[in-house]
Design a binder for this molecule. Structure first.
Ligand SMILES: [Zn+2]
Length: 466
């Protein structure tokens, strides 16, 4: 009874998470993500899917981020009609994210057709709002930690991963007949124990096969409290009368940030200044956070408001007009907007307004993938005079800061610590969701510590379960 995994994405990059699990001739997709970043990566979304989508028995999701879910509408458009399994938290967030992504796709195609700024005529969206609604209708919520049958001899369960609300590892139990049972674990994005509102990843007792993310496989995040680091940069910028601009992933980082800012205000560590959340999606995700206390530790950390995600002078920009007006306001104030890697969205207008101002600060607090504008600005902040935004060279005078403290990923020490809680190391480890140097570095650490030679997704695409 053969069981195998095929790596279809997040092979040499941190986006496009898609793994195909095949058992007794039937296949399930573990995550169904969009490729994001430079043009070459984004073009992978337009390639024909590796197998006929209608032949898939189902999809299992680790969490809602688009690099793990954003291809679902396209998959449904191409004939996939099976169930999409996830936690309730992931279902709630995915519904918001897919519709938003579809609207952006449709707007981009309409813009390209108006301006003839496309090689394709007419330009088409990768998927539409109708495709996203179809994908949303296939989402099936499950409770964590319960084994759920997928097929005879095959079941799965969801285990908390501590990365965002709803995020889970997926464990698969497969009956291989005479060879006995095997367990496989897909970590998806693995969190750490430094979030101020999320519970940390659950330890697992063991697994025969582990498909492990490696985003920070070659990096360490600071162990200093992120609250202290954030308070310092807020105080410094507010003292200058500047604007603190934070590009943040609308789902995950944005909520962690508003939560931390409120906490710092209550502790008297920062002044209460206007905090503008300029992302309707982040605002919607805030409501989802309040509905999922099971993933959070709010009660112990929080010191006293009905809504711990609202700083005292909290404002939300819903409309484009409100967003544009906030770009013209004087500081001191804090603006949180998306996209988190500066791929597009309202954050670009804020950067155009604030980058030329030496009183202002731009704070990166999430992973910036290779090929993104965010990575470019982060890597070249010391020697870059201008940044090209919307075909305009924008002078850079603002302070540029990276706070790796606020990452929602495990770094390599977190990952090794998490692995060390297993009764024995997995027999097979596959590293995905990392740039090649990160995969190689994490493989070296794992070999040294546990004596297991990991398989790298950037090198091997087809893994047969022993
Ligand atoms: Zn993620």
């Amino acid at each position: 009874m053969p069981l195998n995994i095929q790596v279809l994405g997040a092979d040499d990059t941190v986006t496009g998470s898609r793994s195909l699990l095949t058992y007794q001739g039937r296949s399930w997709l573990i995550d169904c993500g969009l490729f994001q970043g430079d043009k070459a990566k984004r073009e992978r979304n337009w390639l024909p899917f590796s197998i006929q989508p209608s032949s898939l028995a189902g999809v299992l999701l680790t969490h809602a981020h688009l690099d793990h879910t954003g291809y679902l509408p396209r998959l449904c458009q191409q004939g996939f009609a099976g169930p999409i399994h996830a936690t309730q938290g992931t279902v709630d967030l995915t519904q918001i994210l897919l519709l938003d992504a579809a609207h952006l796709e449709e707007e981009a195609a309409a813009f390209a057709n108006r301006t003839h700024y496309s090689n394709h005529s007419p330009a088409e969206p990768l998927f539409t709002a109708a495709d996203a609604a179809l994908a949303n209708s296939r989402l099936v919520p499950h409770r964590r930690d319960q084994w759920i049958p997928l097929a005879e001899g095959l079941s799965f369960r969801l285990v908390r991963a501590g990365h965002i609300i709803g995020a889970s590892m997926i464990q698969i139990a497969a009956d291989l007949g005479d060879r006995g049972m095997r367990t496989l674990t897909f970590t998806g994005d693995l969190g750490n124990d430094r979030s101020h509102h999320l519970r940390p990843p659950e330890y697992i007792h063991g697994t025969d096969v582990l498909v492990l993310e490696s985003t920070y496989g070659d990096r360490l995040q600071p162990r200093e409290d992120g609250l202290v680091a954030l308070a310092e940069v807020v105080r410094r910028t507010m003292a200058r009368g500047g604007v603190l601009v934070i590009p943040a992933f609308a789902v995950g980082r944005a909520q962690e940030l508003t939560y931390m800012l409120r906490l710092l205000e209550d502790q008297g560590k920062i002044p209460a200044v206007p905090v503008i959340l300029d992302s309707p999606m982040a605002t919607a995700a805030m409501e989802v956070c309040l509905r999922h206390p099971e993933d959070q530790v709010l009660q112990s950390a929080f010191t006293g408001s009905a809504d711990p995600f609202r700083p005292r002078l909290f404002e939300v920009s819903q409309t484009v007009d409100e967003s544009m007006l906030s770009c013209m306001r004087d500081g001191p104030m804090i603006v949180i907007s998306a996209s988190g890697m500066l791929n597009g969205g309202r954050i670009l207008h804020h950067l155009k307004a604030r980058l030329p101002d030496p009183r202002s600060t731009v704070v990166f607090c999430g992973y910036q993938a290779e090929g993104t504008k965010g990575r470019f600005l982060q890597d070249h902040s010391a020697d870059l005079a201008t940044l090209r935004i919307h075909h305009v060279e924008v002078p850079i005078a603002a302070e540029i800061v990276t706070l790796d403290h606020l990452s929602s990923h495990a770094d390599y020490v977190d990952t090794l610590t998490w692995l060390s809680h297993m009764a024995q190391p997995p027999a097979q480890i596959v590293l995905n969701h990392g740039e090649p140097q990160a995969q190689r570095a994490l493989a070296a650490h794992i070999l040294q510590r546990f004596g297991v030679q990991a398989i790298l997704a950037c090198e091997a695409k087809h893994i047969v379960i022993q």
